[in-house]
Write a protein that binds this ligand. Structure first.
Ligand code: T5A
Length: 211
């Protein structure tokens, strides 16, 4: 069974909030309802974009200037949109992306060098302003996400994950602000519960898109 209308969903939030877990569970739940699903991630998702991911996430903090970092994330997304996301949507598939442009907005604006409008401009040039039909920000108390991230990383997080607690707090504030500004697209989800309960909540928040 294949249902035709393609939809684009992104999962966002801080480190270790459970995005990858929920991306997988959501894909299973949608497939069980008969939808064709493409599961992907950002940065990455295509061969070339995964090369940019390696450049971004490995190495020392000072490796990239913040403007270069923002451009590399936008470049990875341009590849991802052109070669994977847009074609899958055109085939009528549901695309679930583990992070998308809202991560770029939330993380690369923190130090004040770039504004939200700057980052949205990069997205317009690189990816033609493609936005998800729905974005879920997984919201968990800081101590819970720290515990989950530590369990996942076993002590070694990536170049951006290693930034300070203050940095990550500001990132989460940005995500919450996006949800408050655009509640139709961006939904704040309590992700502190068991995985199956969180997935049920995501599915409930997609019911209007399944019609
Ligand atoms: N970045 C990214 C930017 O700065 N700008 C950008 O534009 C983009 C796109 C890489 C980094 O890049 C930055 C953000 C990041 O620093 P990433 O690979 O998505 O991004 O890295 P993480 O945010 O660290 O994401 P992870 O995929 O590693 O963590 P998740 O997906 O949030 O968490 P997950 O699902 O792996 O779960 C972590 C642990 O918790 C458990 C899991 O089993 C796992 O052990 N868990 C739960 N336990 C109890 N209850 C639940 N409900 C649970 N859900 C998961």
């Amino acid at each position: 069974m294949s249902k035709k209308m393609g939809r684009f969903i992104s999962l966002e939030g801080g480190e270790g909030a459970g995005k990858s877990t929920q991306a997988r569970e959501l894909a299973f739940a949608l497939e069980a309802k008969g939808y064709n699903v493409t599961l992907t991630r950002e940065p990455g998702g295509t061969t070339s974009a995964e090369i940019i991911r390696e450049l971004l996430l490995n190495g020392a903090e000072e490796k990239w200037h913040i403007r270069t970092e923002a451009l590399l994330f936008a470049a990875s997304r341009a590849e991802h949109c052109a070669k994977l996301i847009r074609p899958a949507l055109a085939r009528g598939e549901w695309v679930i992306s583990d992070r998308f442009v809202d991560s770029n907005r939330a993380y690369q604006s923190v130090n004040g060098e770039l504004t939200d409008d700057d980052i949205l401009d990069l997205h317009r040039v690189g990816s033609g302003n493609l936005l998800p039909d729905r974005t879920f920000v997984l919201n968990v108390p800081e101590e819970v996400s720290a515990k989950r991230a530590a369990a996942r990383d076993r002590g070694g997080s990536d170049r951006i994950g290693r930034r300070s607690t203050t940095y990550h707090k500001l990132v989460m504030e940005n995500f919450r602000k996006f949800a408050a500004e655009d509640p139709e697209r961006v939904r704040l989800i309590d992700a502190s519960q068991a995985p199956n309960i969180v997935t049920d909540s995501l599915m409930e928040n997609l019911s209007d898109l399944m019609k």
